[in-house]
Design a protein around this ligand. Sequence first.
Ligand SMILES: Cc1ncc(COP(=O)(O)O)c(C=O)c1O
Length: 389
Amino acid sequence: MIQKEKKLLMHVGPVNILDRVLYAGLKNNVGFTSQEFVEAFQFSLKKTRELFQADNTYQPFLIPGGGTSAMESVTSLLKEGEKVLVVTNGVFGDRWINIFRKYPVKVNVLSAEPGYYVEPETVEKEVKKDKYTLVTFTHVETSTGVRQPIKDSVKAVRDYVDLVVVDGVSSVGAEEVKAKDWRVDVYLTASQKALGVPPGLGILVLSERAMERLKDEKSIAGYYLDLRNWLPVMNSMENGKASYFSTPPVHTILMLSEALKIIIDEEGLESRIKRHEKVASAIRAGIEGMGLEIVAKKPEAYSNTVTGVVVKKVNAGNVLSEIVSEGVELAPGVHPKLQGKYFRIGHMGWVTENDAIVTIASIERVLNKLGEEIRLGEGIKATQLYLAK
Ligand SMILES: Cc1ncc(COP(=O)(O)O)c(C=O)c1O
């Protein structure tokens, strides 16, 4: 019972949150026009540029919702009849298709089988063949843990399309992200993933080229997610003055501000990415050490944030319910083509080496108990050996 109470959340978001971050939002009397809130908003906007490695030519946005609201707000940049290309490696890449199909634009899709990514050369061939206004990529496909080689992918299309959009929901704060150097027009994320903040916010940066499109009043966007409505708020808040379009998630922004202080000013982005890389590699060493397979099919596709684990004999759903009683919560497999065959380990945010140890040890015990054929003890040994390197 106590083990359950002391749960370690190794999920794909929301994730375990530092007390310091939580306490920053535990405030009873903060109005959205208060100096305290305006300062937290202002600080968060400035730090958001650094987070995405963007400069002052980029406009940051903090909007209510999460990854999906940030994604849908990209419709602010499109006009009726324009053509978009969706590059998808799974469930969240596919979400772009569902969004764009609600709007009067033409959608074409390049997709990969689970465990793989669409090769940059394939995307390059497609954008050379046809005229696309916008192309979307998913940096880390959370449904499988597959990482797109994003730098090369953006490079392959950059000169052939007007706008390049990257969903960094499962990458920003844990993987290398260079919006400016890679010339990405829209890079977006959400508060509840590798930033280690509760849910509630979609976070984006837009290039000058993307911002030019906001000057055109004609777009297919609806009302709430039209970035034109949010821009005056961002400008005003960045200048230290309160402004309103629709009520912001005040407490989430207070927490984001604290998290960005830690991420950028204290831990440092580079160290944070290295920490994620180390924990992710230690977890994968454990999984392979106990004799299991990872969903991502080649090491270049491994991500710092999510690992999909294939089980051969047992039902993945049973692993999840059983491991909760061991004090660890993992994420279910959600790719429709791999239903029941895998589960996911989320390792992002404030994740540590000790979390890797606990996770692998618990997975071993549970799989052994359920009758999966594993090399009991070899997983935890491999994780230890990796961490001791
Ligand atoms: C890569 C990716 N994109 C988009 C989303 C959607 O984000 P949200 O659930 O915050 O709307 C998710 C959520 O897990 C995601 O992993």
